[in-house]
Write a protein that binds this ligand. Sequence first.
Ligand SMILES: *Cc1c(COP(=O)(O)O)cnc(C)c1O
Length: 374
Amino acid sequence: MPRPIEALVHADALTHNLARARAAAPDARVWAVVKAAAYGHGIARVYEALRGADGFALLDLAEAQLLRELGWRGPILLLEGAFEPRDLELCSRLNLWHVVHHVAQVDWLAMHKTQAPHRVFLKMNSGMNRLGFTPMAYRGAWARLDALPQVDEIALMTHFADADGERGIAHQLQAFADATRDLPGERCLSNSAATLRHAADAQVRADWVRAGIMLYGSAPDFPSHDIAHWDLRPTMTLRSRLIATQQLAAGDCVGYGSTYTATAPMRIGIAACGYADGYPRHAPGLAGHGTPVLVDGRRTRLVGRVSMDMLAVDLGALPQAEVGAEVTLWGHGPHGSVLPIDDVAHAAGTIGYELMCALAPRVPVKLAGAAPAD
Ligand SMILES: *Cc1c(COP(=O)(O)O)cnc(C)c1O
């Protein structure tokens, strides 16, 4: 028997979450953001479930090529654009739309030989200071692109730094609006957080939204809101089984570094999942607040440190749990139980994005339709 750990990708949940993005921005078109192997889910696995999107947005040219091989003929947007002049040849060949965020990319386009002019998304740095032309430089870049025979339509784009938080998007929205007021072209501004929290404003919905994390069943603004609040469903389950149990006496310790000491008799279980599977090593065990985990669909907590291939869980409230019991690290458990990835991420001091992207290659992944029955 193989090691009992596996991950499931839930196709129906992906489709549901895509419908939520549409409902949040009904008059906009939706980019399904599938960068980083569809946030760890695998592009080939999510493709069928997400093909109702208006386009796919990603970074990696190999992933764009894979989408074409899967049969996608619609729009594909490269969110970081070309990394070197040669990349534009693939854009021409595969009809990829691409972001232009830096003057070097304009120079490369000017030198590029192509029969078919490119659709580009001109990115403004409206305050995040990662990619894009400053509001001052933006119109100059637009005029240069507009004059190039290599360029077809120019869409206008920016990205928000604080759509999920207190600071909000008003200052960036204003900078973008001021610098683009009389420029023609489609607009594309919002990530998941802006789409869920701010899209009552038509300027925020604009012509396109870029839905990423919400498609994968994680709330971009957790813990302010959870997936139940946004009506999103988990799309990834990581599950394993107990491969041992231990009976501890008061004073016994658990795991590397003996970071947990039992204060009373206590039973624990050992699950076949560790940091080499992508589970976060820094997830705290009991003694601190502990990290949630389901055993047989019932919520309990980690005990001690996570090791490479194993972790320990408290079975104090689960006297029936024996070797073979199902352990849900996140996602759907048996008997209709759910452990949102955000709960685990939050306990471990990180975000759902990081956990799903970190799913390790050694974990076999199955594509599931509906939530698994027990
Ligand atoms: C990743 C990314 C998104 C999607 O962000 P989410 O928070 O996952 O919705 C949108 N736009 C750009 C430019 C991105 O890089």
